[in-house]
Design a binder for this molecule. Structure first.
Ligand code: PRP
Length: 209
């Protein structure tokens, strides 16, 4: 796998969109389907693929396990690693918002409990506002927290807004708009394989306009 260009793809909803984009621009011939196999070698396409948890993609890329990765800007901002962000793939569009139960306004001054998958972004956001918060880190289904009294509010991804609606929650403030998936690269890999990575990016750009 070392000689091929290697890429970490996120399991879940982005994988299908990324795979379709790769196929559309001719980087792969057959779509990548999520299954139990986590390492997929495509020697005929000179591509080695690993399927990882989205939050772990920056780690694999940072340590050079793979040359490239695809990851949401939300995860990239939270990870805050030294990684090259090569391009916006314009897939997986969503926003990061402060949300809470209907009828619950954001009080000023008192200590708030915020549940989130993004403790770093959350800490910076409230520091900037001068609001004291206790941050509760969750790994998913964050909308449960205000419903069950674990937190006052959440900071989480909103895409269609369906999860919020079905759980009686409202979007109160948009913190980051235009969150999309990005192509990232390991810094050394990029310097060693500049030509082949640039060719990869050029092909993707044809499909992303
Ligand atoms: C994300 C996010 C919301 C939901 C928003 O969760 O954390 O829960 O999607 O999407 P919507 O606005 O289209 O309803 P994800 O599905 O990634 O799963 P998770 O809750 O386990 O993290």
């Amino acid at each position: 796998m070392r000689k091929m260009l290697t890429i970490a793809l996120p399991k879940g909803r982005i994988l299908t969109e990324a795979s379709q984009l790769f196929k559309r621009v001719g980087l792969i011939e057959e779509e990548i389907i999520e299954g139990r196999k986590l390492v997929i070698e495509r020697p005929e396409e000179n591509l080695g693929i690993i399927l990882a948890k989205p939050q772990d993609v920056p780690t694999y890329v940072k340590y050079g396990v793979t040359d490239l990765g695809i990851v949401g800007k939300d995860i990239l901002m939270e990870a805050n690693e030294s990684i090259y962000e090569l391009m916006d793939l314009k897939i997986g569009s969503c926003r990061l918002s402060l949300c809470g139960l209907e009828g619950r306004e954001l009080p000023r001054g008192e200590m708030l409990r915020i549940a989130t998958k993004y403790p770093d972004i959350t800490a910076k956001y409230f520091l900037q506002k001068g609001q004291q918060v206790e941050i509760i880190k969750l790994n998913g289904s964050v909308e449960l927290a205000p419903l069950l009294g674990l937190s006052d509010f959440i900071i989480d991804i909103v895409s269609t807004g369906k999860t919020l609606k079905e759980n009686g929650l409202l979007e109160l403030e948009v913190i980051f708009d235009n969150i999309t998936s990005r192509l990232i690269a390991n810094e050394s890999s990029y310097h060693i394989k500049t030509k082949v990575i640039d060719a990869f990016v050029n092909k993707l750009e044809e499909g992303v306009k």
